[in-house]
Design a protein around this ligand. Structure first.
Ligand SMILES: Cc1cc2nc3c(=O)[nH]c(=O)nc-3n(C[C@H](O)[C@H](O)[C@H](O)COP(=O)(O)OP(=O)(O)OC[C@H]3O[C@@H](n4cnc5c(N)ncnc54)[C@H](O)[C@@H]3O)c2cc1C
Length: 373
């Protein structure tokens, strides 16, 4: 009986676990993560405006684990031994015949004064802090922005910042308080969100202009103070800074000699294999994968990588060569609270559509909560 270990309990890990259980009814499959819960990160954008509460986003995994007959080891991986055959965690060691790494990415927090900025994507606590700060403001200036990873330009999370910006704008408008707030969007990129496609960028910037949101674009970020965003092109005075830094690989990689990409992620080949490590695969935000320069770090792509990695892992246990390659695909709805923009991109197609043309309003309002887990 094969013994498979999956590191993580996010989108990639759960998709891989499901796929492996389907193909290998007898295998022992163990998930390793600090807690047996799945955090539905895409809905974090709704916590600041109180459309969702933290408890709506945290799904206990007990039923999923039971349904798919998975073991769970509550721990954080710290490093690997024996070329990946032993996983070392803060709660003991686990042996495996094959390993799938899906521990996500982390934000680069190097800019001076970064502690003055709140980063929504760090999780429910950060989202709640933003909610509390917003609710205590009766008027003022709010700066929204995102940065990148200069070594790996695709390693950024811009979509949620657009959603937060438009969501807060719309929320203030509904409350009749928009006139009391000055909103500014900043980014070191002259065309922020370019990997969504040229049409998406122009549409997003036009929407900002229409909604009287100021922009400060194309200037390298220098840092933050409590009341300022500092850039090479001048400063933005503000009462609240909401900023999403660029992404890099998880911290624990520093204790390993796993191959790293320029941006600090685990380097994968086209089959999601980790070079130099037999029967070790990576999926999701933890990895860097060959593909187009717009290849997203998104839940949808993480699931496609996880399914390909799971199939190839299964073949590796049968001493067969890998065959499955994840299809590069970007698919997201940029939620604006009162409507949405659907962005689709593949090597063949690029589409930007008002989401209301495709989905009835009720579906749009809950699309981020739809999950099969
Ligand atoms: C606000 C926001 C909005 C988003 N909106 C969208 C969207 O609309 N559409 C979309 O497709 N994507 C969206 N994304 C991106 C999407 O959530 C990520 O791309 C996705 O979560 C990546 O999945 P993953 O499984 O690779 O990593 P994660 O989901 O980050 O999961 C990582 C897992 O690893 C575990 N872990 C971490 N470190 C360790 C360790 N040392 N040992 C063991 N376990 C560990 C974590 O606990 C977690 O269970 C959004 C993200 C955010 C934050």
């Amino acid at each position: 009986m094969s013994n498979i270990v999956i590191l993580g309990a996010g989108f990639a890990a759960l998709a891989a676990a499901r796929e492996l259980r389907k193909q290998l009814p007898q295998a022992r499959i163990t998930l390793v993560a600090p807690k047996a819960e799945f955090v539905y990160l895409p809905s974090l954008i709704w916590i600041p405006t109180q459309m969702r509460q933290s408890s709506d986003l945290i799904l206990p995994l007990q039923a999923f684990l039971r349904r798919h007959r998975l073991d769970f080891h509550a721990a954080s991986v710290t490093h690997l031994k024996n070329n990946g055959r032993t996983v070392v965690t803060d709660q003991g060691e686990l042996h495996n015949d094959a390993l799938l790494i899906a521990t996500g990415g982390r934000f680069i927090k190097k800019l001076p004064g970064i502690e003055h900025a709140l980063t929504l994507c760090e999780g429910v606590k950060a989202a709640e802090t933003i909610r509390d700060r917003l609710h205590h403001m009766s008027a003022g200036r709010i700066a929204f922005g995102f940065g990148g990873n200069p070594q790996e330009p695709a390693a950024m999370r811009g979509g949620p910042m657009f959603e937060l910006l438009f969501g807060v704008e719309s929320w203030l408008r509904r409350q009749g308080r928009r006139k009391d707030f000055q909103l500014t969007f900043f980014s070191p990129a002259a065309e922020p969100g370019k990997r969504l496609g040229g049409k998406a960028v122009s549409g997003l910037l036009a929407r900002m202009a229409r909604l009287n949101i100021a922009t400060h674009l194309g200037h390298t970020l220098q840092g933050f103070t409590e009341t300022q965003v500092l850039t090479e092109g001048g400063q933005i005075d503000t009462d609240l800074i909401l900023f999403m830094p660029g992404l890099t690989g998880p911290q624990w990689l520093d204790n390993t000699d796993l191959p790293r990409s320029a941006g600090g992620f685990i380097q994968a080949d086209e089959y999601c294999q980790v070079g130099g490590y037999e029967r070790v695969f990576v999926a999701g935000d933890a990895g860097s994968f060959p593909g187009p320069d717009w290849l997203p770090k998104q839940a949808h792509m993480a699931e496609l990588q996880a399914r390909a990695a799971a199939r190839n892992l299964l073949l590796s246990l049968q001493n067969q060569p890998p065959v499955a390659r994840p299809k590069p695909e970007l698919m997201c709805i940029i939620d604006t609270l009162d409507s949405g923009i659907l962005v689709y991109r593949s090597p063949q197609r690029s589409r930007v559509l008002p989401a209301s043309k495709l989905f009835p309003e009720s579906v749009l309002t809950c699309h981020k909560s739809i999950t099969t887990y």
